[in-house]
Design a protein around this ligand. Structure first.
Ligand code: COA
Length: 211
């Protein structure tokens, strides 16, 4: 897939089972190219074999999204409401103590740094909030960490992800609270000049603390 100059906007839609084979091919390409600055080929192949993949349960739940440009899938990502990773069918109870994980986030290498995954993460965030989850969490690759930072997530701690045969890979635990931020009250005082003219309007309004 060539990176071409296009005017079309990426379109995010809910993934369907028909997308699975394209997604599996894309996720492998994405990790093999975009992770190679941070991980060895062995770590990448091990991750693809044992950890990274498309979770059909998320597709069935309607919580996995794809980004398309001109009808071609260029990225994917989603969130899970299930207790178990990969195929578990017990639903988490939304709330402060049960964060929803974000998973399966990747972009085709030709479309990296074009805002594709930022849109998908925002989409996950909106949907998880609507489903009454109050927190999001994930274990991110070193490549993924700046994306989540840019989306307002916090890095909790660096970890070593362990794969079979004792292989380790650095990763980071990431978290975001979906609780709405408190209001800061902005008070503008109405003051009168000596000549009687009003110098400042009498606005008294709540303003959200800027991100
Ligand atoms: C991580 C990944 C999903 C980012 O996807 P993307 O579509 O390129 O990300 P976006 O273009 O939406 O980036 C949004 C912001 O995140 C930050 N960011 C994303 N990738 C970055 C990188 N490689 N280096 C530095 N900052 C980065 C930037 O702030 C960026 O905004 P900017 O381009 O305006 O500066 C992509 O690199 C990828 O697929 N990597 C391989 C698979 C992987 O590691 N997935 C993450 C699993 S947790």
């Amino acid at each position: 897939m060539e990176r071409h100059m296009i005017d079309s906007q990426p379109r995010v839609r809910v993934a369907s089972c028909d997308d699975i084979s394209a997604l599996q091919e894309l996720i492998s390409q994405s990790y093999r190219v975009l992770c190679r600055r941070y991980y060895t080929p062995k770590q990448i192949e091990c991750a693809l074999a044992h950890h990274v993949g498309i979770d059909k349960q998320m597709i069935d739940d309607g919580t996995y999204y794809v980004s398309e440009i001109d009808g071609e899938i260029v990225g994917g990502g989603g969130w899970s409401k299930r207790k178990k990773l990969f195929g578990g069918d017990t639903v988490k109870s939304p709330g402060a103590h049960d964060p929803a994980p974000i998973r399966g986030v990747f972009v085709h290498p030709s479309w990296a740094r074009r805002g594709i995954e930022r849109r998908i993460v925002k989409c996950c965030e909106r949907a998880a909030r609507q489903a009454n989850f109050r927190n999001l969490e994930l274990i991110a690759t070193s490549v993924g960490e700046p994306l989540y930072t840019a989306c307002g997530f916090e890095t909790v701690e660096p970890i070593e992800h362990s794969f079979p045969y004792g292989l380790l890979a650095p990763a980071v635990r990431i978290f975001k609270s979906l609780d709405t931020k408190p209001y800061r009250w902005v008070v503008r005082v109405r003051s009168e000049n000596r000549n009687g003219s009003v110098a400042q309007s009498d606005a008294f309004s709540p303003a959200r603390i800027a991100n």
